[in-house]
Ligand binder design. Structure first.
Ligand code: GDP
Ligand code: MG
Length: 628
């Protein structure tokens, strides 16, 4: 497949003939600004359509060579698939030839051709020397061994050969991913009379169609595509690798600018802290921790500082994990390339890969942190997901929270793999790492053992007491308890939890008190707490624990207003009331009191308790069966 759209860019020192070459190849003068014309100098990016001899269509991005406008050049490179590195035969390799070459390399432009211009100004001997000089500069770069074509604009010499070479090398480029979600970095914004706001850019990935809902990031403004053009021709859709002009609905000129991204709503998030693998150029000065830099990513430039995560300084030619602490938001994705320049003096010092596009200030020199960044750098997404889950500790992460820490395309597979390997388990709506799971279970078991020791007379430990002694969040506690019960390690008695072989250990007094409470509950039908717990040989708190054990094990119920009943007494009261109600339809409080042969103090708590249990329902002054 060699008919996908590609972008061909220029690079090279100022005045070496880039703009002239593009005019010769395409017939378009890319120096469109008035100031550019006046000064005979490219200041900003220039664009032209370009039909190759094979009839394949391409776009050209012409960049400024002057070092003062390097920031504009940097906005043009990320869209390039193939670069024409222009070197004037009479001048040879100059500072921006090298700096542009570094930038092309750092941003991973795929392919290139070296174009030696102004051959009409030198004799063959000098041309030969210039070409040797160039080959030396390209050694060890992606352009080592790239085709070298010598041309002259005024004479037209070499132009046909260059066209044929461009066609051939274009055939070796790989297409951009047209199936991915669309990603468009804005390089120009203008207002067109009768249309409104129009932006231009190179579609990095995906397909953009008329009517698509879009999000402008980092601002988060949303809009819709009203119309699309590719090189002045109206289109219904544009695909990755095309230069597009997009007319957006309802936006003001001030809503957006170079550096912003057009993305599907919700696709990526802006962040002021990103984690990167940073490589310093061999010619860079040593980079100290917290050095002020300019980040160039997509078409954006953002100022910030470099925080080196495992050292105090980075030597030229070396790489390290770092955080970029930025003064404004960037919208990056995993694996994005970027360039760093010093804040001052403005020199290109290096670049690298985004390993975590949305981060927060990290503690330095943390082995676990560096290991996770290593997983991201090497594309070990399952390991990265595992590390993120482990970081989340006992609380774990929801699927959505974990998804936000991974490349979108990897989320499903990573979660599946973690569950299949047992690295993660599902706890309610959260995923928890195995190590945290062991930790949580250990904490819960310890809390229960401690509870048994503290209150050995009880049947088990109340949930609230377990929660109070563990660090396990409440929403995570129930699933842990249930898992342990399922595994046979715990048993549940109402709200109480106990080791599965746990037996209450009661002193003779406590055993006597428990028996007395049981007897009082069974004999008197509705008993007050005062009557139940009077004259027992144990402290009141222990007596209350014993009564609570009885309730939690389902042998008694608390009615309210300090009244209690045995389960048997409750059942018999319910039987009598049901018989009465199915005969008469309703019962008043005084009828119920007489029917159950009890007193005013007991009947109201009993009826309210039965209401709360869904047995009866109030209707005016009386009650009916709730199921009616
Ligand atoms: P850029 O800064 O790299 O874009 O360079 P330009 O295209 O603006 O060219 C700089 C100057 O070099 C202009 O005056 C051009 O006319 C001149 N120039 C460009 N190409 C050639 C060439 O092949 N031969 C000669 N003699 N002059 C050239
Ligand atoms: Mg120019």
């Amino acid at each position: 497949m060699t008919d996908f759209p590609i972008v061909i860019g220029t690079a090279g020192h100022v005045d070496h003939g880039k703009t002239t070459l593009i005019r010769t190849l395409t017939g378009v003068d890319t120096d469109r600004l008035e100031e550019e014309k006046r000064r005979g100098l490219t200041i900003d990016l220039g664009f032209a359509p370009f039909t190759l001899p094979s009839a394949r269509t391409a776009s050209v991005v012409d960049v400024p060579g002057h070092e003062k406008f390097l920031k504009n050049m940097l906005a043009g490179v990320p869209g390039m698939d193939l670069v024409l590195l222009v070197v004037a035969a009479d001048d040879g390799v100059m500072p921006q030839t090298r700096e542009h070459l570094d930038i092309l390399r750092l941003l991973r432009v795929q392919k290139g051709i070296v174009v030696v211009t102004k051959t009409d100004l030198v004799d063959p001997e000098l041309l030969e020397l210039a070409i040797e000089d160039i080959a030396g500069a390209l050694a060890g770069t992606f352009l080592e061994g790239a085709p070298v074509v010598s041309v002259s604009a005024p004479t037209g010499e070499g132009i046909d050969r260059l066209l044929a070479t461009i066609d051939a090398v274009a055939g070796e480029t790989q297409p951009r991913d047209a199936a991915a979600p669309f990603r468009l970095p804005i390089d120009r914004v203008f207002v067109k009379q009768g249309f409104g706001t129009v932006i231009t850019g190179t579609l990095f990935a995906g397909t953009l169609s008329e009517g698509d809902a879009v999000s402008i990031l980092p601002t988060g403004v949303t809009s819709r595509v009203r119309g699309l053009q590719v090189h002045g021709g109206k289109r219904d859709r544009a695909v990755a690798g095309q230069r597009v002009a997009v007319n957006l609905v309802g936006l003001e000129r001030a809503d957006l600018g170079r550096g912003d991204w057009i993305l599907p709503p919700g696709a990526l998030s802006p962040a002021e802290t990103i984690d990167v693998w940073l490589e310093l150029l061999p010619g860079s000065p040593v980079l100290a921790h917290r050095t002020r830099i300019r980040l160039h990513h997509g078409t954006a430039e953002v100022i910030g500082r470099v925080a080196l995560l495992d050292r105090e300084e980075l030597a030229p030619g070396e790489g390290a994990f770092a955080q970029l602490l930025l003064e404004g938001p960037v919208v990056a994705d995993f694996g994005d390339r970027f360039v760093l320049r010093l804040y001052a003096p403005m020199a290109t010092i290096g670049g690298g890969t985004v390993v975590n596009p949305v981060s927060h200030r990290l503690r330095r020199r943390q082995p676990a942190t560096l290991e996770a960044l290593g997983h991201a750098r090497e594309g070990r997404w399952v390991d990265l997901a595992g590390a993120r889950l482990q970081e989340a500790g006992t609380t774990g992460l929801t699927r959505a929270e974990l998804a936000a820490r991974l490349p979108r395309s990897e989320v499903e597979h990573a979660i599946e793999a973690l569950l299949a390997s047992g690295t993660a388990t599902v706890r309610g709506d959260r995923l928890v790492h195995r190590s945290a799971r062991g930790q949580q279970e250990g904490q819960v078991l310890a809390a229960i053992a401690q509870g048994h020791h503290a209150v050995p007379w009880r049947l088990g430990v109340p949930r609230e007491a377990i929660q109070a002694t563990t660090q396990v969040p409440l929403k995570a506690l129930t699933p842990v308890l249930e898992a342990l019960a399922q595994g046979g390690e715990l048993k549940a008695i109402g709200r109480l939890w106990a080791q599965s072989d746990w037996q209450a250990r009661r002193s003779a007094e406590q055993a006597w008190a428990m028996e007395t409470i049981a007897e009082r509950l069974e004999s008197g039908r509705f008993v007050s707490e005062a009557d139940l717990l009077a004259d027992l040989p144990v402290p009141p708190t222990v007596a209350r624990d014993l009564l609570d054990d009885r309730i939690e094990s389902g042998l008694a119920a608390k009615l309210g207003q300090g009244m209690f009943a045995s389960a048997a007494a409750l059942r018999s009261a319910q039987d009598q009331l049901r018989a009465h109600l199915s005969r008469e339809g309703t019962v008043t409080a005084s009828q119920a009191r007489d029917l159950l042969d009890t007193n005013r103090k007991a009947i109201i708590p009993l009826l309210e308790y039965l209401d709360s249990q869904g047995f009866t329902r109030r209707q005016g002054d009386a009650r009916i069966l709730a199921s009616n």
